[in-house]
Design a binder for this molecule. Structure first.
Ligand SMILES: NC(=O)c1ccc[n+]([C@@H]2O[C@H](COP(=O)([O-])OP(=O)(O)OC[C@H]3O[C@@H](n4cnc5c(N)ncnc54)[C@H](OP(=O)(O)O)[C@@H]3O)[C@@H](O)[C@H]2O)c1
Length: 299
């Protein structure tokens, strides 16, 4: 039986990936930061090693004995005072994991990137993910890269926040005209892709753009959520982009302010793709957005 090393297992996507790996019969070893252990409850018998991808020392020993590495760690919000920056976590963290994997003699490496990642992206989130991808492509490992659009499911950050606003607010604020399109994909399908990739040599040295079958404008996504949660009409307040930018610049350090300047840059651009190569490579039927959301938002 193969043993797989997973970083970011305590996160929203990580928990689903661990679940898929266990269902496919893999032994899973998770890198867990001190204090995050409780987030692994309910995932059954898994091996745990304490560590942090920003600390290179000891990482190769942690990985030794595994046949593959799945690197999921990423952040959406920086904490400058703690040195938790996009450059450190996305790029330096990936370099640490790559080096440690090579040192530990692991060949197979699966990487979580994000749709829109490119060298000349406006957001540092995307540019630092690109730098990580470049290091992976230059490595000697048998890599596969996944670049998802928004991932949804119970416990996610984005769609759950929209659903909370639709349920609770009389009027839901929308950035600009709300016409920017996303292509939300169900977390179970992303997780399944990672797990299946381990047994599919044809996916080596491939990067997959990952989205669900439906591209949807932000305003229409709110309406769809409204329909599902039984809110007949979702009233929207279109906040001009300039005002959202100024407010975000000032308020983003507050922990409960829902947006960061980088997130806003990403939301300002279309985030869609052709997911056909992903679904055909991994032999999956895409879950329609309305069906996936109904499952997620069911009481
Ligand atoms: N969610 C989406 O819509 C989406 C879309 C595209 C791409 N992605 C990418 O998918 C990945 C997972 O996202 P997510 O939504 O699952 O995020 P999440 O819930 O915030 O999980 C992040 C994970 O990374 C871990 N982590 C953070 N810094 C770490 C460090 N220095 N050392 C070790 N572990 C560390 C966290 O551990 P703790 O529990 O200790 O904090 C947690 O397990 C990220 O790379 C993200 O960029 C997500």
């Amino acid at each position: 039986m193969q043993r797989v090393f997973v970083t970011g297992a305590t996160g929203f996507v990580g928990r689903a990936v661990v679940h898929a790996l266990r269902a496919d019969g893999y032994i899973v070893r998770c890198l867990v930061r001190r204090g995050s252990e409780r987030d692994l409850h309910g995932l059954g018998a898994i091996e745990r090693v304490e560590g942090d991808v920003l600390i290179r020392r000891g990482l190769a020993e942690d990985i030794a004995g595994c046949e593959a590495v799945i690197h999921l760690v990423g952040i959406i919000r920086e904490h400058l005072a703690l040195g938790i920056t996009f450059e450190n976590v996305h790029t330096r963290g990936t370099l640490n994991v790559l080096e440690a994997a090579v040192e530990a003699g692991v060949r197979r490496y699966l990487h979580m990137s994000a749709l829109g990642t490119r060298g000349d992206a406006r957001s540092r989130y995307h540019r630092t993910k690109w730098a990580a991808e470049e290091a992976i492509r230059a490595s000697s490992l048998s890599w596969t890269i996944f670049r998802p659009s928004v991932i949804y499911g119970r416990g996610d950050g984005f769609v759950s926040m929209l659903a909370r606003m639709v349920r609770r607010l009389p009027v839901v604020p929308v950035i600009g005209d709300g016409s920017q399109r996303l292509q939300p994909v169900a977390v179970e399908q992303v997780a399944e892709g990672f797990s299946r990739a381990l047994a599919l040599p044809g996916t080596v040295k491939q990067a997959y753009e990952v989205g669900g079958p439906d591209a949807v404008a932000l305003g229409d996504l709110l309406d769809l959520i409204g329909e599902i949660v039984g809110r007949r009409r979702v009233l929207k307040l279109h906040v001009p982009l300039g005002l959202v930018r100024r407010t975000t610049r000032v308020l983003h350090p507050l922990p409960y302010f829902p947006l960061t300047p980088d997130q806003l840059l990403m939301l300002e651009e279309e985030n869609t793709c052709d997911p056909t190569p992903f679904f055909s490579a991994f032999g999956m039927t895409p879950t329609a957005l309305a069906i996936g959301l109904r499952r997620m938002l069911a009481p």
